[in-house]
Design a protein around this ligand. Structure first.
Ligand code: NAG
Length: 277
């Protein structure tokens, strides 16, 4: 599609989405806090929402204790959540960085589907989807200090123009300032991610004890193991709990070349999370 037409259509759709009543007819009971019932799946599929802006209130109704939800950059389209990445911007300025407090636990798993819009420009990469925060959390290329950690996913384009998913972990004694990818990628060498394709993301996290490397992290994509490793997330028991989920949808990286000159959309669906401990 012609780029100008594409942008114009996107703007029209966005403005019409804000005009009508979006939630009124579809209000529903909040589900409560994620992790409340041990071993029971907490699921969100977005199907009950009509087309339109996905407000902070809607996100709270679906996910519970949500903060930082950017309603301007999230809509419901065809029963899926669509996150918007603004042109020419990186980080929170052009996307979404939200936090969902969950019942403190020591073992969680989660699954959801990601799908890049047909016109998506990969640029250098960014953070996407839901991830886990442990203790005080960690991110932003500040080395984890033992009180917080995180497990997230990135998409990344290398110098050979191959784009792939990478693990992105912050944990005690991590090697660098920025998140650790463990040198892993999906799909394997010579292949790239595709637009308009569903990728099922699975994540598992288990807290460590004290200063022991007895925690765990797993990421699978379409059932294929991307990461499966013991981890020492934190260095004291007071901070070992899994405390939150993040919902991150942004380009970057901190340098301008992570940006794209086009608006980008990523679709999310079939979110499900479960606490085991
Ligand atoms: C979500 O789950 C439903 C029901 O299993 C399935 O029909 C649909 O294709 C899934 N959508 C995505 C995007 O994964």
């Amino acid at each position: 599609m012609d780029f100008v037409l594409f942008v114009t259509l996107a703007a029209l759709i966005t403005s019409s989405a804000t005009a009508g009543p979006v939630l009124s007819a579809r209000q529903h009971e909040p589900q409560g806090r994620i992790g409340s019932v041990l071993g029971k799946a907490y699921s969100v599929d977005f199907d009950r929402w009509p087309y339109g802006r996905y407000s902070s209130e809607a996100a709270s109704a679906d996910f519970g204790d949500v903060s930082g939800w950017d309603a301007d950059r999230t809509i419901i389209s065809g029963g899926r959540l669509r996150g918007e990445l603004e042109p020419g911007k990186i980080g929170g300025a052009g996307g979404t960085l939200a936090r969902i407090n969950v019942v403190r636990g020591t073992e969680y798993e989660m699954q959801y589907t990601v799908n890049f819009h047909s016109q998506f420009q990969w640029s250098r990469g960014g953070k996407l989807g839901w991830g886990f925060g442990i203790g005080d959390g960690a991110g932003g290329c500040t080395k984890a200090d033992g009180d917080g950690a995180s497990l997230r996913l990135m998409w990344y384009t290398d110098d050979n123009a191959r784009t792939y998913f990478r693990p992105y972990l912050y944990y005690a004694a991590m090697p660098g300032r920025c998140g650790d990818s463990f040198g892993l990628r999906y799909p394997p060498m010579e292949e790239s991610l595709k637009v308009s394709t569903n990728y099922v993301i699975y994540m598992y996290v288990r807290s460590n004890t004290g200063q022991n490397k007895d925690g765990w992290a797993v990421i699978k994509v379409n059932g294929v193991t991307l990461l499966d490793t013991p981890v020492q997330w934190t260095d004291n028991n007071a901070k070992r709990s899994i405390t939150n989920l993040v919902f991150h949808n942004f380009r970057g990286g901190s340098q301008d070349y992570w940006a794209s000159d086009r608006v980008g959309y990523i679709y999310y669906d079939n979110f499900s999370v479960k606490r085991f401990g």
